[in-house]
Design a binder for this molecule. Structure first.
Ligand SMILES: C[S@@+](CC[C@H](N)C(=O)[O-])C[C@H]1O[C@@H](n2cnc3c(N)ncnc32)[C@H](O)[C@@H]1O
Length: 210
């Protein structure tokens, strides 16, 4: 039986949707970029970006650390904006594909790095995504997986601001309507640590967080 397709709750395409991802890039981009610069120093000939949106990180990776980037998103509207961004920056080593995250995860083994930012909180079956990825990968030093994902409990401010907590709770409720999880980052972190321990031959129960 074919699996049910996930619904993406947020708006896509030009205007407010791209503005939202632009804001996200302004807030999180410097950390995403610093992390990649620091850890992706070996050859990253081929990078796969799953759920690339309007292409902020995909274009940066193509311009800075990759020989070739394959950027996948289920939304044509997002990909149209991403292509305009790439053309305006004169970046040519990037290919945009309309596709599904679960299917793309099965291709992870063909890439030096599989990268995905802020997609996991929109998926309803993250264990399936991870299984597809792990099944396809060699999990050695030339075959990386980097996931940036939301942690609901990580939304806080000092001094305390009610509107920050309200915004976090609103987003959590919105995602729950679709069966997604705004705290998914925590679970992915523990699952990946467990895999790491298993790979070292230590006992660990993989996937117990799901
Ligand atoms: C919050 S945006 C993040 C975009 C980009 N990674 C970034 O950090 O700017 C999530 C993106 O995932 C895409 N998406 C959601 N569900 C998907 C699925 N099942 N397969 C492929 N793409 C999906 C959406 O269309 C959207 O563009």
């Amino acid at each position: 039986m074919e699996a049910k397709k996930d619904q993406y709750t947020l708006q896509t395409g030009a205007g407010i949707a791209d503005e939202r991802l632009g804001f996200l890039q302004k807030v999180h981009g410097p950390d995403s970029i610093a992390f990649l610069r620091r850890h992706m120093t070996s050859k990253n000939n081929r990078i796969l970006d799953i759920g690339c949106g309007t292409g902020y990180m995909a274009t940066w990776m193509a311009d800075n650390i990759a020989k070739n980037v394959t950027a996948v998103d289920q939304s044509l509207a997002q990909l149209e904006i991403a292509k305009l961004r790439t053309t305006s920056l004169n970046i040519r080593n990037i290919e945009f594909i309309q596709g599904d995250a679960y299917d793309s995860a099965m291709q992870a083994g063909q890439y030096d790095l599989t990268y995905s930012r802020f997609l996991m909180q929109h998926l309803t079956d993250v264990p399936r995504f991870l299984k597809n990825t792990f099944d396809s990968k060699n999990c050695d030093d030339s075959n990386y997986l980097i996931i940036e994902a939301a942690i609901h409990s990580g939304w806080a401010s000092i001094p305390h601001q009610n509107y920050i907590i309200s915004a976090a709770n609103l987003f959590k409720s919105l995602l729950e309507i679709n069966g997604s999880d705004f705290d998914i980052g925590n679970k992915i972190f523990h699952t990946m640590r467990a895999r790491e321990r298993q790979a070292r031959g230590e006992y660990s129960e993989v996937g117990s967080d799901f």
